[in-house]
Design a protein around this ligand. Structure first.
Ligand SMILES: Nc1ncnc2c1ncn2[C@@H]1O[C@H](COP(=O)(O)OP(=O)(O)OP(=O)(O)O)[C@@H](O)[C@H]1O
Ligand SMILES: [Mg+2]
Length: 264
């Protein structure tokens, strides 16, 4: 018997997004192509305004393309789908729902009995280490805990693809490292395809299999770096590859930022 094909393949082909803003056309995403292999972890890094969030929102089905195509497992993206989970920097939790209420709300679109919904939500909270806080409201949780609820909410729907837009950008360094470790553990156990946008070179190098570097707007992929460093990785235990890749990314990103000192 043949194994079923792994899920979570994303194919982006000449995808472009143009917005009309105050009577002017803004090319938010220039035609761009890429593939995300099932169970891979890809980071995207690039200067502010180059189109990273626009790309993510297009894959998520929130922003329609004005050119090209995006498909998940062979099906064209035509709007948000439970197969694709999204997490942003802002917690975006409902303050009037408890932690478990927030996770359950995300499951409302599934035809699922109430008791099962509660159980699935509880499992997701346990997966992010927050089972004990299920009855707390967002206002009674720390920033890191709120972001863990947001992650649980995304995971509860069991997406094949997880899109993350600077999800840990607002967290302090310690909490951020804890969240990175949590995410990697979940990725390794679930084998979800991850697309992770970050401004942080070290975060990209610690987390991903591959880093795609975008140029300033109109953004294009200017480099693709495969990360061979052994896992588990940490910023405290860097190897020669890490140092070389960090230098390569710094050079590319500085090149796009006229305010920075010249690179060598
Ligand atoms: N809804 C919109 N209407 C008009 N222009 C938009 C809209 N959304 C984004 N843009 C423009 O598209 C370009 C790309 O924006 P985007 O948010 O994708 O950048 P980004 O790479 O995510 O930047 P950052 O790193 O600051 O988050 C910017 O010039 C932005 O002003
Ligand atoms: Mg952005």
């Amino acid at each position: 018997m043949t194994e079923p094909a792994a899920k979570g393949h994303v194919a982006v082909r000449d995808a472009a997004v143009r917005f009309q803003h105050k009577g002017r056309a803004v090319q938010a995403l220039s035609p761009i192509s890429m593939d995300l292999a099932p169970a891979s972890f890809t980071a995207v890094i690039g200067p502010s305004g180059c189109g990273k969030s626009t790309l993510l929102n297009a894959i998520a089905g929130f922003t329609p393309l004005t050119g090209g195509s995006i498909a998940v497992d062979g099906t064209a993206v035509a709007g948000p789908s439970p197969r694709v989970g999204v997490m942003f920097q802002q917690y975006a939790l409902f303050p009037w729902f408890t932690a478990i209420g927030n996770v359950e709300f995300a499951l409302k679109r599934f035809d699922m009995p109430k008791a099962e919904r509660r159980e699935v939500a509880m499992q997701a909270l346990a997966e992010v280490g927050l089972a004990q806080k299920s009855g707390n409201y967002p206002g009674q949780l720390s920033g890191g805990m709120r972001q863990r609820v947001a992650l649980a909410r995304t995971l509860a729907a069991r997406p094949d693809v997880l899109l993350m837009d600077e999800p840990f950008g607002a967290l302090d360094a310690q909490t951020r490292i804890a969240m990175q470790e949590l995410l990697l553990g979940i990725w390794e156990s679930r084998r979800t395809t991850v697309l992770f946008i970050t401004h942080d070179i070290e975060e990209a190098l610690v987390l991903s299999d591959r880093v795609l570097v975008m140029s300033a707007a109109p953004g294009r992929f200017v480099d693709e770096i495969t990360i061979h460093s052994q896992r588990p990785r940490s910023v405290e235990q860097i190897d020669d590859d890490f140092i070389a890749n960090r230098a390569r990314m710094l050079r590319l990103l500085r090149h796009d930022n006229p305010g920075s000192p010249p690179s060598h």
